[in-house]
Ligand binder design. Sequence first.
Ligand code: NAD
Ligand code: PRE
Length: 306
Amino acid sequence: MSLVYKRVALIGMGLIAGSMALAMRRGGLAGEIVGTARSAETRRIAAEIGLVDRVAETAAEAVRGADLVVLAVPVGAMDQIAAEIGPHLEPGVTVTDVGSVKRAVIEAVGPKLPAGVHFIPGHPLAGTEHSGPRAGFAELFDNRWCLLVPVEGTDPAATARLRTLWEGMGAHVEEMDADHHDLVLAVTSHVPHLIAYTMVGVADDLRRVTDSEVIKYSAAGFRDFTRIAASDPTMWRDVFLTNKEATLEILGRFTEELFALQRAIRTGQGEQLFDYFTHTRAIRRGIIEAGQDTDAPDFGRGKARS
Ligand SMILES: NC(=O)c1ccc[n+]([C@@H]2O[C@H](COP(=O)([O-])OP(=O)(O)OC[C@H]3O[C@@H](n4cnc5c(N)ncnc54)[C@H](O)[C@@H]3O)[C@@H](O)[C@H]2O)c1
Ligand SMILES: O=C(O)C(=O)C[C@]1(C(=O)O)C=C[C@@H](O)C=C1
């Protein structure tokens, strides 16, 4: 693989930035990788483990001379970081981010960047429940999607260059509109995290009346299902505050479906439950072939799911 950027500045040095640093190094994609983080402890650890080539004390210092700047902080902090680096950016530099929400980041960051800067929001659909400078690994993006969300008027050559970087880090790249991204991710990532956090809360609540047995004997199903509830609280607080509309829309649909299942259980509608699980299992296993879609039970709601 050949060099894509001469100097990359990573703002934030947690799971995603750390994985990017290691993946860029693996592919020989960046001449120099400079990193910074808000906390002195994170900067110290990053320097100690050699996560980046150089650790900068501030974001303003990190972006100096960079041809790519990556914002890899929680979504709620993007705005403040953009304000901090804006005055230090040279025309021609590309600024991207890896935030889990896109519309809010575009609105918070875009206006703070000077003319001549290529702002290309992005989102790698890869992660783990771990965070911090020791959590990254070079293979994180291998065979995973990375969505790029170029804003209107973006230079196609700048987008193509960023695509090359992500492909060099192992990802498959697609472009998507910001609002569509936020809705899709509400279904595939945001609401599932909310539900996992909630299930742990329910177990904790029950623990008080079952003498710790719920946690002690937590079975594989609970463990598999709630792995993501060990994720970073700041990151997820920010996701829900900034993707409010889509999250509430999907949560509303989820609740409707849950109520229908609750009713089926209460009224003993075994056949409907069986059909529902058969249908959703097929989807989960990815084995539905075109035209073979079985009739999912509609629990009296009718077929329309607009
Ligand atoms: N964790 C995932 O699975 C995942 C996946 C894809 C995208 N993302 C997105 O990537 C971004 C980073 O997530 P992560 O998992 O790497 O988080 P992380 O907690 O591992 O790292 C966050 C980094 O940001 C720094 N930081 C936090 N608040 C800051 C502030 N106010 N100013 C400056 N620096 C600050 C921290 O010091 C840390 O270095 C988030 O926007 C998140 O939504 C996360
Ligand atoms: O695998 C996990 O631990 C994740 O939660 C990763 C995950 C996801 O929901 O798929 C989390 C947030 C993102 O923005 C992208 C990826």
